[in-house]
Write a protein that binds this ligand. Structure first.
Ligand SMILES: [Zn+2]
Ligand SMILES: [Zn+2]
Length: 352
């Protein structure tokens, strides 16, 4: 017994000494320094400068709060440039956490002006400038984009002035910070160095007009539906595309949530859930459209409702495999899909 007691007290002493060593200020400082240097040296994801068209899902959620998914944001990389389709809440934070080179953002394309699609425009304006963007940021969108962009420019003007005073105009030039609105009509809105971007009108009344965007680069193509009810315009725009990035709402799941809210005594929220399905697209209908358009891969984003686990994902996709047995994915924040030029490849990775 005595020997056991000695061993126990020796073990306790070793643990205490180890704990003391790890929590002693010099060791904590050394640990922090080691981790800070290692994390800061972590390479940025190479999303531009490749001979490819690629998409990074920077927010795959909707207005419904979801810790796992940011608000709507889809980044397209083509050649040297990065383009953002929408800038929902948390999209700037996601992009910064992944160390995306934000100074390479050439433009933002807003699909429509529901708040979930524009909530972080101010932060995108700021963070691309802080990252080194040295000319104004073009923001394309339907008529009305002047009002939205003008408001963000005004709201963030004081912030920008403080930062220029603090860090100097050489680093943060005041003439580069602004966003410049470009109200565009359906059709080709940009044709530059092999990248063609085409806007098309979709059905999302009363948010009208609302757009989707098609990107063509060196024979590869990605179409982003924006928010829309089922619409032949999406089929036409997505014809023969490599990727159709489509919004999706499960009427069955949203219906259950509405019933649950009503039963719990929240009629206001229940009415909202009752109102939203008609101006979105059920996954089965999106799959039918993808088939008609002969799209190679259909990727769902702007997922309604939130899908916290595999069971919910399966329910969301119920019936889709009957219509379209393969070529369907659910996007998640951090998913990158690359389409190398001059190939048929579709390669997916997830940013850490
Ligand atoms: Zn919307
Ligand atoms: Zn939306």
């Amino acid at each position: 017994m005595k020997r056991l007691a000695v061993i126990a007290s020796l073990v306790a002493a070793v643990i205490a000494a180890g704990w003391f060593a790890l929590t002693a200020p010099p060791v904590e400082a050394w640990l922090f320094r080691t981790i800070a240097f290692r994390e800061t040296a972590r390479p940025q994801p190479v999303l531009a400068g490749n001979d490819e068209l690629a998409v990074l899902f920077c927010g795959t959620g909707s207005p419904l709060p979801d810790k796992a998914r940011g608000g709507p944001c889809t980044m397209i990389a083509a050649g040297d440039g990065l383009y953002l389709v929408d800038a929902g809440i948390d999209s700037a934070r996601n992009l910064m956490l992944w160390r995306v080179p934000l100074e390479k953002v050439q433009g933002v394309l807003v699909t429509h002006f529901h708040s979930d699609h524009i909530g972080e425009l101010g932060e995108i304006r700021l963070q691309t400038w802080v990252a080194g963007r040295n000319r104004p940021l073009a923001v394309y969108g339907p008529p009305g984009v002047d009002q939205v962009v003008g408001g963000f420019n005004q709201a963030y003007a004081l912030d920008a002035s403080y930062r220029t005073k603090h860090h100097g105009a050489d680093m943060l030039p005041p003439d580069a910070v602004a966003m410049v609105p470009h109200a565009v009509q359906p059709g080709v809105i940009l044709d530059d160095r092999g990248l063609k971007i085409t806007a098309f009108k979709v059905r999302h009344e009363p948010a009208n007009p609302a757009y989707g965007y098609r990107f063509d680069y060196k024979g590869r193509s990605i179409v982003v539906s924006g928010d829309t009810a089922p619409d032949d315009a999406v089929v036409r725009a997505a014809t023969q595309a490599d990727l159709l990035v489509h919004e999706g709402l499960s009427p069955e799941m949203v219906g259950v949530m509405g019933d649950a809210l009503q039963a719990a005594g929240h009629p206001r929220q229940a009415k909202i859930f009752h109102d939203i399905p008609p101006y979105h697209t059920a996954p089965v209908d999106a799959a039918k459209e993808a088939n008609r358009a002969h799209v190679r891969l259909l990727v769902f984003t702007h997922l309604i409702p939130m899908l916290p686990n595999g069971f919910a994902e399966d329910l969301f996709l119920r019936g889709v495999s009957d219509v379209r047995p393969s070529g369907v994915e659910l996007a998640h924040d951090g998913l990158v899909i690359r389409l190398p030029a001059g190939s048929e490849q579709i390669n997916a990775i997830t940013l850490p």
